[in-house]
Design a protein around this ligand. Structure first.
Ligand code: NAI
Length: 286
């Protein structure tokens, strides 16, 4: 049987989540995705209308199939956690069962188990503010959406991930080096995510022999990155200063994810793997 993957954080064909889905599909996995509730309608209608068909093309000419799209808001664990104003919001009212616990229950009902869990989502409402000017609310929101969301997904999925399975997330070097512009507590959120990767690797490894890794990716002009505002500059900086002076393709992150999820990586867990043309290794820009 082919492996089954759940990828949280796919809402268009530009981001790392989509590229990871494609590489996993290329390797024969069945693809389920979790799409942020407010982005669900446009993603599903674009998918239906064939807007992504060009980017769905696999090497053998066939199109990647997404077996099922689940609405998801990874900021809420159970229906009791959802505030009234969100429940009433018309971008949410049309969908149902989108808290983490409910999504996992639905996946269990539909498919029983999964083999691969991918977390490719982040959100920081005050990302454009300096860390020193970030509010408590903004900081905690960044941690909730970008770090705890991974703990919650893994916690709820763990009982239905097959032993020997793998889980991974996406991080950014702003966790360990100063990247001015990556504000609002997003740098803190990535530091937490990387630390949690190690502790969760221990816990999931001992419990079920499941591996937990994170990919520290270089800059990509995704929808989320464009919202931060400095992405073109970061892409230029990387092109100029990295050991490999080439564009970074989302597919290269996708292929690393497929490797990490496969038995080829059977002894790799608790690791931060850089996929950034080597930029992390530089001490100064030249
Ligand atoms: P993206 O826009 O393709 O993906 C982010 C996704 O998160 C979107 O689909 C959005 O709808 C979803 N999302 C936001 N809040 C959510 C919530 N509460 N519940 C469920 N989904 C939610 O952008 P990108 O850049 O591909 O981001 C994927 C991951 O890669 C993120 O963790 C990001 O921090 C990381 N990353 C991105 C880099 C870049 O330069 N683009 C560099 C290094 C890491």
């Amino acid at each position: 049987r082919g492996k089954r993957a759940f990828i949280a954080g796919v809402a268009d064909d530009n981001g790392y989540g989509w590229a990871i889905a494609k590489s996993l599909a290329e390797a024969g996995a069945e693809i389920l995705v979790g799409t942020w509730v407010p982005a669900l309608n446009i993603f599903e209608s674009s998918l239906r209308r064939g807007k992504f068909d060009e980017s769905r093309k696999l090497q053998d000419g066939s199109l990647m199939e997404i077996t099922k799209v689940y609405p998801l808001d990874a900021v809420y664990d159970t229906p009791e956690d959802v505030p009234e104003d969100v429940k009433a919001n018309k971008r949410y009212a049309g969908a149902s069962n989108w808290t983490v616990q409910e999504v996992v229950e639905s996946v269990k009902k539909d498919f029983g188990t999964i083999d691969i869990l991918v977390h490719s989502l982040a959100n920081g409402p005050e990302v454009s503010k300096l860390l020193s000017e970030t509010s408590r609310k903004g900081y905690l929101a960044a941690l909730s959406a970008s770090s705890y969301s991974y703990i919650s997904l893994l916690k709820h999925f763990l009982p239905i991930i097959n032993p020997g399975g793998a889980s991974l997330s996406l991080t950014y070097i702003a966790s360990e080096r100063i990247i001015p512009g990556y504000g609002g507590g997003m740098s803190s959120a990535k530091a937490a995510l990387e630390s949690d990767t190690r502790v969760l690797a221990f816990e999931a490894g001992r419990k079920k022999r499941i591996r937990v890794n994170t990919i520290s990716a270089g800059p990509l002009g995704s929808r989320a990155a464009k919202a931060i505002g400095f992405i073109d500059m970061m892409i230029d900086y990387s092109f100029t200063n990295a050991p490999l002076q080439k564009e970074l393709h989302a597919e290269e992150v996708g292929n690393t994810a497929a490797f990490l999820a496969s038995p080829l990586a059977s002894a790799i867990t608790g690791a931060v793997i850089y996929v950034d043309n080597g930029l992390n290794a530089m001490g100064v820009g030249v």
